[in-house]
Design a protein around this ligand. Sequence first.
Ligand code: NCD
Length: 312
Amino acid sequence: MESKLFPHKHLLSAEQLSADDIHSIFTRTEFFLEFLRSGEKKRNDLSGISVLLAFFENSTRTRVSFEIAAKRLGAEITSFQASASSVSKGESLLDTVWTLEAMHTDILIMRHNHSGAHEFLAPRIKSAIINAGDGQHQHPTQGLLDVFTLKKHFGSIAGKKICLVGDILHSRVIRSNISLLKTLGAEVGVCAPGTLLPRGIEIFGVKQFARTSEAVNWADALNILRIQQERMDSGLLPTLTEFSTYYGISEKYFKNKPELVILHPGPMNRGVEIDSEVADAPQSLILRQVEHGVAVRMAILAILAENLKKNF
Ligand code: NCD
């Protein structure tokens, strides 16, 4: 299968993707989803391609999902553990990546705690880069898998009302979601206490809700985010109990709106931003997101590998 659209060497940010790019990724994703569901395990789209997973920040689902996606496509995979590497001896990011590249890496899948780390590296290295999350900036494959999941559920994204609830300030997932949803014509809302909204949120062109009940009345779907305490240097919230009372999503919100669906990128903090009854309800698309994540990442890897062969 040829990818005629998507003329990119790297996947750095959801903002670089046009509606045509997104549709071309989703067509591939559908194809790979069928392959995964068929129970088959191995293709050879990435045979001869060397993929390096470099995670400078913790991850469960994103790292495993990329690893499975690359394996299913027949890539040769190496995993680099930042905590056990020379980074802890003071080596710079660029020196680390140049060293790894000298071992002939074709695709670098990287997560880094600094916003913009991938954009800094892209013009300085030979490999294709996939951004698996940079600081509070972008997480394009998570955004793609969230929007793909919504598209599978609703049939189309245009005109749908999607509200992002919780810690908007620290979320890279949200920045990728907003840009993809708006590119595909959705209406986007955010619902959070003022201290967890970025300054200048108006420029994103989103609707703001201070009360969860109003957000629920408005929305067709909620994408729920955890509180990222590891990125807070001062108390932006009085207490977690207070957050959970006013912004946590509990069963009561579904009483008048049983058709409302929910997403969560994980990891979840049950009882804080989401109650167990909601996480495990039929309206929850959370495990569907995880399944779709592997197919989305297979699509991105296959497209970038083809572009590499064309010397992009
Ligand atoms: C998110 C991340 O790391 O940005 N999780 C993920 O990749 N599935 C969200 C989070 O850490 O809360």
